[in-house]
Design a protein around this ligand. Structure first.
Ligand SMILES: NC(=O)c1ccc[n+]([C@@H]2O[C@H](COP(=O)([O-])OP(=O)(O)OC[C@H]3O[C@@H](n4cnc5c(N)ncnc54)[C@H](OP(=O)(O)O)[C@@H]3O)[C@@H](O)[C@H]2O)c1
Length: 254
């Protein structure tokens, strides 16, 4: 019998990651979630299992700011079910405000390097750690960027430059590892409703969030709208697709 495919969800305790884990489990994947604290991982595991104590879901705990933690949690995650078929990287890193977004003249160029060091270097370390697993499963690495790296907009010059770096990494890596059977993608949201990030933005700048919601003709997506795309791209149904940066933004940017 074929082994059950295993999805590692990093940032699995977050708004989007937890929904990806839920929908992947419901679609027949075994799931390992990574979260920053034991309590948040355990709370989510209980919710995912519900009354099914045999559900194929497990958790690993890691704060990626700690040296060696990325490599360690990937090894721990791979050991749970003995394989990793896909990674949905839903981790958020770095400041969302305070230096890298906002009117350009009010941003702090010195914040660029720490942000890239955290976000892009983390992604590169994650990719190096998971590639051996994905090569042996013809797997998929999927990460999140944001529309700031795809569609020009005011207030996004610095974070847009950083996101464009991540997009360049995804596309180049996709080209390099396709011959190993590995696929690499990024999903690019803009504003996502029903998330912790959106709640913070609504509190800090309610007008911006409401303006975005009005401009999105299809309505802003929620994690429930994003997770099916993640599960599809990670699975065998998308096995001839790679290197795609897919915006999901309710029609806000086209
Ligand atoms: N939500 C949006 O509006 C939006 C818009 C554009 C792009 N995105 C992108 O979509 C992806 C998912 O976003 P989201 O809304 O689901 O974010 P979220 O709800 O804030 O979740 C972030 C996740 O990352 C974890 N995390 C943060 N710092 C960590 C660290 N140092 N070590 C280990 N784990 C850490 C969090 O753990 P804890 O639970 O312990 O905090 C949580 O699991 C991100 O890449 C984000 O940039 C989101």
């Amino acid at each position: 019998m074929a082994k059950q495919s295993v999805l590692l969800v990093t940032g699995g305790t977050g708004s989007i990651g937890s929904e990806v884990a839920r929908q992947a489990l419901a679609s027949g994947w075994a799931v390992v979630i990574q979260g920053r604290t034991e309590s948040s991982v355990n709370t989510l595991l209980s919710a995912l299992r519900g009354s099914d104590l045999e559900a194929p879901v497990a958790g690993v705990v890691a704060d990626i700011n700690k040296k060696g933690s990325v490599e360690d949690f990937v090894v721990a995650a791979g050991r749970v079910f003995g394989r990793i078929d896909a990674v949905a990287d839903c981790l958020v890193i770095g400041p969302s405000e305070g230096g890298i977004t906002g009117p350009f003249e009010k941003t702090d160029p010195e914040m660029y390097l720490p942000f890239v060091a955290l976000s892009l270097v983390y992604l590169e370390r994650l990719a190096q750690a998971v590639l051996p697993w994905l090569k042996s499963s013809d797997g998929c690495l999927l990460t999140f960027v944001s529309d700031a790296g795809v569609f020009p907009a005011p207030r996004q010059a610095v974070i847009g430059a950083a996101r464009a770096g991540a997009i360049g990494f995804v596309k180049n890596l996709a080209t390099e590892v396709a011959r190993d059977g590995v696929r690499v993608h990024a999903i690019s949201p803009s504003f996502v409703a029903d998330t912790r990030v959106a709640e913070k933005l609504k509190a800090a700048a309610p007008d911006r969030f409401e303006a975005a919601a009005r401009r999105a003709g299809l309505g802003l997506p929620t994690p429930k709208d994003i997770a099916p795309l993640v599960v599809f791209l990670c699975g065998a149904g998308a096995k001839k697709m790679t290197g795609q940066i897919i915006s999901i933004n309710g029609g806000l940017n086209v």
